[in-house]
Every structure is written in C-alpha cells, then in structure tokens.
Design a protein around this ligand. Structure first.
Ligand code: GLY
Length: 436
C-alpha cells in the first residue's frame, strides 16, 4: 500500500543497471511501492515485477493505472526510442527519460553527429553515407583505423573498427547491401578515429539545469589488459581521477551546448544524458575533449559503480527532473571509490550456455552482512528450483565494491566474487587497477 505522501514508482528494464537503480530508489524517503517491468529475479527482492512489453506505451500505461504509478523511470534505450515517455507524459504521468525526439541522440547516429555539427560540439569529423560508393569515398579520405557506425540501435553491435580498408568496405557492404542489421544499418556514419582515454559522464537534467554525476570508465574488452573482443562492458569504476579542468571543459564545450541545442530545436529533454567522451592530449600538452557518442539513458555497467557514490535521495532527484524543477538534493561530489565487476558466462560475447546453477547468491539479496561494502546486481539470471538461481545470459551478475579508497573497493568486490560460482564463470581481474 502507498504510505503517507510517498509515490509509487515503476522502473522499466531488466539488467544490472535497473537492479542498481531499483536498489537506489528503494532507499529513498519518497518511494512508496516499487514496481519493475519486466525486472529480473534479483529485482524481485526490492520491487514487484510485471511481465510486459516495455516498448508498448499502452501496456506500460495499463500498468501505471493498475498500480497508481506517479513516476516512471525508463532504463534502456528501446522504450525511449519507441516514444513510451511521450505516451506516458500525454497521460499525465511523470517520466524520467526523454521523448522520442530527444532519444534520437542515441537512436540515430546520423542525427546525433549532425546535431553536434550544428551546435559546435566537438566530435570526430564524419561523413554520412547512404550508398556503397559514398562509403568507399568516405573511407578513401581517411587513414586507419577506420570507424564505421550503423545509424540505428544495434544492441552494441553497430560499431566496426578496422585497420584494413577492404575490411571496412566489407563492413559497409554487409550493412548497406546485405542489410545485416536491417533498417538500423543505413545510413552509415564514417568518422575519423579519435585516440585517447575514454570517459563516461552522466548529467541528469530537467532540460534547463543539470547535475553531473561522478565520472566513470567502462572496461569494454572481454579480457584483462583490455584485450579480446568488445563486450557490453565487463566492469567499470568511478570516480576517474582527471584534472578538475576536464570536467569544466565537458560542461562548457559539451553539456551546456547540448542542452542549449536541444532547447533551440524545441526538444524538452528530461532524463539523463550519457556523454561518451575521448580525452586527447595534443602536442602542446592541452587536453581536448570530443564526443564519441551520446546515450539517452544511464550506462551499463557504469551505473552500478556510480550510484553507490551518490549521497542524497535518488528518487527525489529523478522526480524533480521529470517535473522540470531539478533539485540539487543529491551530492555528486564523490566521496570514496566504487568499482563493479561483471561475472559473465564462458564464451560471452560469443556463444555461451544457459541454465547453469549459481552458488553463493545469498538468496538473491543485493547486500549480505558478511560482505560489507559490496552489492550483487542480477542481469542474466533466472529462477531455478528451491529458490536458487541459474544463468540465463552473457552478462550474468555485476558485483560492486564500495570503499574509502580504490584498494578497499576492489578488495570488497573481489572478496564477494570469491564466494560466487557457476560453471565456466568468467570475469576480469583488473577492473580499476589504473586508479591505485
Ligand atoms: N557501457 C556502455 C553503455 O552503456 O552503452
């Protein structure tokens, strides 16, 4: 039942990111009932889960009506790109997440590159190509490594990087001619390669004002030492020790021009802007920032490392964004350090087995008293027999360690991991090492 003047909140999504968000929302003083669709077996500890097609605005609206939902928090990009936030807002429900127009910053790479060019936001130079001949020309103008990006949403499979010109042209042919990613594969963005250090910065915004959260860094490669194939992310840490001046550059050169640009184009953006950035130090020693990508949702797994560092009421912050009156009631000045490690199925990001029993999950609870300062978030798990859990995806769990220092955070995460096991479990052992 709804308590006092608390509000019922619905989270959309099913991954480790949504588990971390649900965990943060569960600690809020304004949260009444917590619901999640579709959720996952770990989220069931914290929220009532519902099976629903979360890209179907009418189905989400029915859930809101049935459970007196006052705030919907949209986790992944697909419902945002499908315009679910617009349908909910038209019905008077407060939503954290942009409408379909704002979501184009992620759902169309061509839109987002042209948006940056229009508004003078630094990003690698690019061409937009609708035919194979245009792709050949764009590639011939550049030097390796060649970067080819599919326009639409491709679940992490839309970026091709190659040192070889004919491989790059073949990637274009697969997308444009053979439609390997369907409609998402056309047009293509062919852009200059930007070397440097990657950085993720989240800014929550009501469309006018914003709060930046502690910067984080994702480890995308499957194996230690940043080797092996690209994945959805094998771990992340936060904060990243960068000079304070860098955050100033991010706000002045990227964030404020982005918000001004959105407003000038009539886009009312209420949610989070994920800035995927590259920091490049030029010959004079000056740091330059360029935007590699925008996302219109929190990152996974960066969220699992960033949210534990926030001090304040997460639900109030999201509600105030949704209502267009952001309140700086969350301190984002990171105290301490957090890192998260993804426990993956053997074979991921290629083929992997499902249905393997997982030991050591403490009945699926996020927190375990015997492992202070650590959290376990579910992603690819399913309920097995007798209240146990089995693997059901490539990225199975994210284990977070939180501490006063990176060493403490790392010890806590890896100590928690040592108590968890499933057949062929894989994880990186070097998350956050560069910060010590
Ligand atoms: N960690 C990358 C992403 O969320 O897109």
């Amino acid at each position: 039942m709804k308590k006092d003047d608390r509000i019922n909140i619905l989270v959309l999504g099913s991954g480790g990111r949504e588990h971390a968000m649900t965990h943060a929302l569960s600690k809020s003083g304004i949260t009444g009932e917590l619901h999640c669709a579709p959720g996952n077996p770990g989220i069931m500890e914290l929220a009532v889960t519902h099976s629903a097609d979360i890209r179907d605005g009418a189905a989400v609206l029915d859930l809101c009506a049935a459970h007196d939902i006052a705030l919907v928090v949209i986790g992944p990009e697909a419902p945002l790109a499908a315009g679910v936030a617009d349908i909910l807002r038209q019905a008077g429900i407060r939503v954290f997440g942009p409408g379909r127009d704002g979501a184009m910053l992620e759902s169309s790479k061509a839109f987002s590159k042209k948006f940056m060019r229009r508004h003078g936001i630094p990003t690698p130079d690019f061409d937009i190509c609708a035919t194979l001949d245009e792709c050949r020309l764009a590639i011939s103008k550049r030097t390796p490594p060649y970067v080819v990006k599919a326009d639409g949403l491709a679940a992490g499979k839309g970026v091709f990087l190659s040192d070889d010109e004919s491989d790059a042209i073949r990637a274009c042919e697969d997308l444009i001619v053979h439609k390997k990613l369907g409609e998402a594969g056309s047009p293509l963005v062919i852009e200059d390669f930007a070397p440097g250090l990657e950085l993720t910065v989240f800014a929550v915004t009501d469309g006018e004002s914003y709060i930046t959260l502690p910067p984080s860094r994702d480890h995308k490669r499957a194996h230690d030492g940043d080797r092996g194939p690209n994945t959805g992310g094998m771990g992340a840490y936060s904060p990243v020790s960068i000079p304070r001046s860098i955050m100033g550059i991010v706000e002045d050169a990227v964030l404020r021009p982005t918000l001004n640009g959105l407003r000038s184009e009539g886009i009312d953006y209420r949610g989070v802007i994920y800035m995927g950035l590259m920091i490049t130090r030029d010959a004079s020693g000056e740091d330059k920032i360029s935007v590699i990508e925008y996302n219109v949702r929190f990152g996974d797994p960066e969220t699992q490392a960033v949210l534990p560092l926030l001090d304040g009421d997460f639900a109030s912050m999201l509600l105030s964004c949704a209502e267009g009156r952001i309140e700086p009631n969350v301190s984002a000045d990171a105290q301490g350090a957090a890192l998260c490690v993804v426990l993956a199925s053997g074979g991921y990001p290629g083929e992997f087995r499902r249905g393997l029993p997982i030991a050591g999950l403490n009945r699926g609870r996020v927190e375990s008293p015997e492992f202070p300062g650590s959290f376990v978030y579910h992603a690819g798990t399913a309920a097995g027999i007798d209240g146990e859990f089995v693997t059901a995806g490539g990225r199975v769990l994210t284990v977070v360690g939180l501490g006063d220092t990176f060493k403490e955070a790392r010890d806590r995460a890896y100590t928690r991991i040592s108590a968890i096991s499933f057949e062929d479990m894989r994880y990186r052992s070097d998350i956050g090492w560069s910060e010590e």
